[in-house]
Design a protein around this ligand. Structure first.
Ligand SMILES: NC(=O)c1ccc[n+]([C@@H]2O[C@H](COP(=O)([O-])OP(=O)(O)OC[C@H]3O[C@@H](n4cnc5c(N)ncnc54)[C@H](O)[C@@H]3O)[C@@H](O)[C@H]2O)c1
Length: 327
């Protein structure tokens, strides 16, 4: 297949490009590097089956030649990124999604939309299954991301219903692994960066809020299974093992052997209290479930961060200066 991957220069997108190339697909990667990094795909650019186009998908998604499938991942995704880029985030979710849908529809190609557990907002139902409609503040600071993804889902389903487009939606829960940016403000990358550089681990709120963390390889298998199916979804993809943020901090300290302390700060606006996916649908429709447990996934991620001391030091400086991380 010739697969278009929007946002292919980012954390998840670069792993997806790699996995598709590994199984023999060719890949057209579109990215504007607003939050991704050229080095994520530097190695892939030597592969003749890989093409890169510097593109802002909210302006246009033009790809010449055959297109067999589209995966739409382009969007700022970490809270500091979408809070810094609110209008771009709304544009990627709305105009960007429409441009990607048009391209796929023109070619009769399947499109998989990377949606998010953030569509459930601060959920009143726990754990979250796909029938839950969510609890989102439509005008809060996080709404630029949550509502953009909810709109992207609505648009995708409208294409499916009115134009019979072959569209599927995955709702991705917190995913971690190699290639997260040390300073991207997500909790796993921040804790690892702080632990490895001897800085205190920053916990927002009392740390009792929970998240469910999925290792990147598991998640990418799920996206590809969705791509290879004709399912509409939405389908939750995530690891149902729920962990309090303080438990995660302890695990990271244990794995890194760090003697960093833990520092508590105020909780950001609309921060969800609990998050855990019900993945019965992914198991039933796609035969998918995560395989890498959190301790093993964290060990692999720590190893990757530790092997890049310069990036780590730069990330630690940014985290410490307050120019990254949650406000
Ligand atoms: N990582 C997670 O835990 C997670 C959870 C839920 C959903 N997702 C979704 O998965 C997708 C990828 O997330 P990620 O974690 O890899 O984030 P990321 O920031 O590393 O990757 C996003 C990529 O999209 C690119 N991009 C952003 N706006 C663009 C635009 N207008 N035109 C072209 N490229 C653009 C960025 O440069 C970046 O390379 C996002 O859609 C995100 O919402 C991720």
């Amino acid at each position: 297949m010739r697969v278009v991957v929007t946002g292919g220069g980012g954390f998840l997108g670069s792993h997806l490009c790699e996995a598709l190339l590994r199984r023999g697909d060719s890949v057209v990667c579109l990215d504007d590097f607003s939050t991704g990094e050229p080095k994520n795909i530097a190695r892939l650019r030597q592969n003749p089956a890989f093409e890169f186009r510097h593109t802002d998908v909210s302006v246009a998604v033009d790809v010449s030649g055959p297109v067999d499938a589209v995966t739409h991942l382009a969007s700022p995704a970490s809270p500091p990124d979408y809070l810094r880029l609110p209008l771009q985030t709304l544009a990627a979710g709305s105009r960007g999604t429409e441009n990607a849908l048009r391209l796929a529809h023109r070619h009769g190609a399947r499109l998989v939309l990377a949606s998010t557990s953030e569509v459930y907002g601060d959920p009143l139902l726990h754990p979250q299954d796909e029938d839950y409609w969510g609890n989102v503040n439509p005008i809060g600071p996080r709404s630029v991301y949550d509502e953009a993804k909810r709109f992207a889902e609505a648009l995708s389903f409208a294409y499916r219903r009115t134009l019979d487009a072959n569209v599927g939606i995955v709702r991705i829960f917190n995913t971690y692994g190699p290639r997260m940016r040390p300073h991207d403000g997500r909790v796993v990358s921040s804790f690892i960066t702080q632990a490895l550089s001897g800085a205190p681990l920053t916990v927002y709120g009392d740390g009792k809020q929970t998240r469910s963390f999925c290792y990147v390889d598991d998640l990418i298998r799920g996206i590809i299974a969705m791509l290879d199916s004709d399912e509409a979804g939405p389908v939750n993809l995530g690891n149902p093992r729920e962990l309090a943020v303080t438990e995660l901090a302890e695990l990271v300290l244990d794995i890194t052997g760090s003697s960093s302390t833990v520092e508590y700060r105020g909780l950001p606006a609309d921060d969800p209290v609990r998050r855990r996916p019900v993945i019965a649908l992914a198991e039933e429709l796609l035969g998918w479930h995560p395989e890498v447990d959190i301790a093993e996934g964290l060990r692999r991620t720590v190893e990757w961060f530790a092997a890049r001391p310069e990036d780590l030091a730069a990330g630690a400086r940014l985290l410490h200066s307050g120019r990254s991380g949650l406000p």
